[in-house]
Design a protein around this ligand. Sequence first.
Ligand SMILES: NC(=O)c1ccc[n+]([C@@H]2O[C@H](COP(=O)([O-])OP(=O)(O)OC[C@H]3O[C@@H](n4cnc5c(N)ncnc54)[C@H](O)[C@@H]3O)[C@@H](O)[C@H]2O)c1
Ligand SMILES: O=c1ccn([C@@H]2O[C@H](COP(=O)(O)OP(=O)(O)O[C@H]3O[C@H](CO)[C@H](O)[C@H](O)[C@H]3O)[C@@H](O)[C@H]2O)c(=O)[nH]1
Length: 327
Amino acid sequence: MIAVIGGAGYIGSHTVKYLMQQGKDVVVFDNLSTGHKEFIPSNVPLVEGDLANKEDLQGLFTQYPLIDTVVHFAAFAYVGESVEKPAMYYQNNVVNTIHLLDMMLLYEVKNIVFSSTCATYGNPIEWPITETHPQNPINPYGRTKLMMEHIIEDYSRAYGLKFVALRYFNAAGADSECEIGEWHEPESHLIPLVLEVAIGKRPSISIFGGDFNTIDGTCIRDYIHVTDLADAHCKAIEYLKEHGENLTLNLGNGLGYSVLEIIRMIETVTECSIPTVITERRSGDPDKLIGSAVKARELLGWQPQYDLEKIIETAWQWHVKKFGGVK
Ligand SMILES: NC(=O)c1ccc[n+]([C@@H]2O[C@H](COP(=O)([O-])OP(=O)(O)OC[C@H]3O[C@@H](n4cnc5c(N)ncnc54)[C@H](O)[C@@H]3O)[C@@H](O)[C@H]2O)c1
Ligand SMILES: O=c1ccn([C@@H]2O[C@H](COP(=O)(O)OP(=O)(O)O[C@H]3O[C@H](CO)[C@H](O)[C@H](O)[C@H]3O)[C@@H](O)[C@H]2O)c(=O)[nH]1
């Protein structure tokens, strides 16, 4: 059985849906701090609990003794907030994750798939970024994730835990059946914010900086569909069971798009014109993040299915369904 920690959140809920479609046995553990109960399929049990409380975790592992694998999404993930409130981030992303690891050891659960991030690379020095690229995160959020990568490695060496650490690039898009999608409160990610302009909820999109060292002066990112991420998790779980070998993998499409290119693609897909305002840079934004996912393709046989247009189409369908009609 697979315990999905943070399974009511954006990437977690898409992974739960995908795992169920693959016939896996799943239980969700979530405190619903940023997740949504309605994102969990009715046939999947939810243990409402907080990683901060070891008793809640004991409850999970005693109630579901068949758990042999944990997929761990639960974390705080706003870069800006992590700069203002680092204590909150170190507590939830590091201390609370250590609780989870300790409880896994106590209940002899040996396999973990961990959500890491391209934010652990900081300002890259070469592209595409491979897994061996130096990791020098430039904000507390990225540092919490890098610390957890190291802690998990140490637990593996000393206590025999087996792990796959997945460094996602920019997760985007929604379930193609439009049952679930991206719903962060507050929303800070580019694509959903631009879609809010398209549905008339905001007058314009702020472009955070027009003087980056890129083709058009705006930041370049590697966007990867959330269902492609879900598929990679499923393959990572199978890999751990078959090979019992630790892995650290980038998950991205290997293609970079600037903020302006994203806005143009959204204008094409939505057939709406998007007013833009160039503002100050947001602190901690590297110019360009483009990942190499060659290792994930080779070792997991992972093949992303969604290009940028499909990513935006699914995000748009979900956005209109969830947040209202077109202006
Ligand atoms: N969204 C991205 O682009 C992106 C990119 C790279 C990495 N990540 C990582 O992926 C993971 C999931 O991101 P997301 O966008 O789905 O976030 P999310 O906020 O939608 O999901 C996180 C889930 O964890 C739960 N949670 C948080 N703290 C908890 C706790 N103490 N106890 C129990 N449950 C708790 C929340 O309620 C929520 O359901 C995070 O670890 C994030 O750092 C996300
Ligand atoms: O209103 C906005 C929002 C974003 N952006 C720009 O759009 C790009 C993408 O920004 P997002 O906020 O959508 O995503 P990030 O690139 O900041 O993603 C980072 O934060 C995520 C956590 O939510 C993940 O961890 C990810 O790995 C990490 O790189 C950035 O250049 C950002 O400056 C704007 O110009 N205007």
